[in-house]
Design a protein around this ligand. Structure first.
Ligand SMILES: [Zn+2]
Length: 302
């Protein structure tokens, strides 16, 4: 039995209700669910919800989903949406198959290789979820990439890191802002014209990145992290080589980029849980609760 004051995070809410994270926003906007608290992470807030409210919603979810479908059909056209849904469903089944295939292939690989490829698979999906409006998940991404550097970065093909230099960030000082206004220039135009003055603040290499490439056989994953986040992860003797242009971030299984819809076959709670299991192997404590509660009702398929 769940305590009445207990709070659930978005991954737990999605798991309990069988919904995608973006539907949480819709439930709160329509008054079905309230944000009860926020947990502060370095990269953003994680909303928390009442377990009681979530439990009470389980029975209503099919009705709410039908109402959403009717509304969306009315707004965007029923035929168009029916085609989109059928396409999404086919694509979802395809993703499930690919996921199974991926894990089958992993079984034939040596333990360490398997471990980093599996973590990369989940990290790719975490990134996708983080980009879709859940920036607090970047805290977990940082921990995983840092662990990659500590335990896998040894000059092998398997993990390669490069440094991509970007511009420094320049913020105009109050005087320059006034001058820009007096000259009828936007701050950006003023910056382009003058490059600021010595009293403006410059954040060195602000837009620089580290690029991580995890490669093995047919699989390739690519991740980026800001220079400021990762600069202390590398010893003097292992500084990543510089590269000119970043590769598109993503996963390249079977020689192609993973489709966005692939993420639907991999739920947020599974992603968090698997990445925290990976970190646990290296003694790192979990950041996000992933306990699953049995609310006594079987949930709807998504
Ligand atoms: Zn200035």
């Amino acid at each position: 039995m769940v305590e009445s004051r207990m709070l659930l995070n978005p991954a737990q809410v999605c798991e309990a209700l069988g919904i995608a994270p973006k539907s949480i926003g819709r439930l709160t906007a329509e008054g079905y669910l309230e944000v009860k608290a926020n947990q502060q992470f370095k990269n953003g807030n994680m909303q928390l919800f009442s377990a009681d409210q979530v439990r009470n919603l389980i029975a209503d979810i099919p009705r709410i989903k039908q109402a959403w479908e009717r509304y969306d059909n009315f707004r965007f056209g029923a035929n168009r949406l029916a085609r989109a849904r059928a396409c999404r469903h086919r694509s979802y089944q395809d993703k499930i198959k690919r996921k199974e295939q991926f894990f089958q292939t992993l079984d034939s690989l040596p333990g360490q290789v398997k471990q980093i490829l599996k973590a990369s698979f989940y990290l790719y999906h975490l990134n996708h979820y983080a980009k879709a409006g859940n920036p607090y998940l970047y805290d977990l991404k940082e921990k995983v990439l840092h662990t990659f550097v500590q335990h896998y970065y040894n000059g092998d093909e398997l993990l390669q890191v490069s440094f991509i230099e970007g511009d420094s960030k320049l913020t105009l000082c109050p005087d320059c802002k006034t001058r820009a206004k007096n000259q009828n220039l936007s701050y950006v135009d003023y910056l382009d014209k003058t490059r600021g003055c010595p009293r403006c603040t410059r954040e060195y290499k602000y837009y620089s990145l580290y690029e991580f490439n995890v490669c093995c056989r047919d699989y390739q994953f690519c991740f980026h992290t800001p220079y400021a986040t990762a600069k202390r992860w590398f010893g003097k003797d292992q500084l990543p080589p510089q590269k000119q242009t970043p590769r598109r971030e993503g996963a390249y299984a079977f020689g192609r980029a993973i489709y966005d819809s692939e993420a639907r076959a991999v739920e947020l709670i599974e992603v968090i849980e698997e990445l925290q299991n990976f970190l646990h192997c290296f003694g790192i404590e979990p950041l996000i609760e992933t306990r699953r509660y049995n609310f006594g009702q079987s949930r709807q398929p998504r």
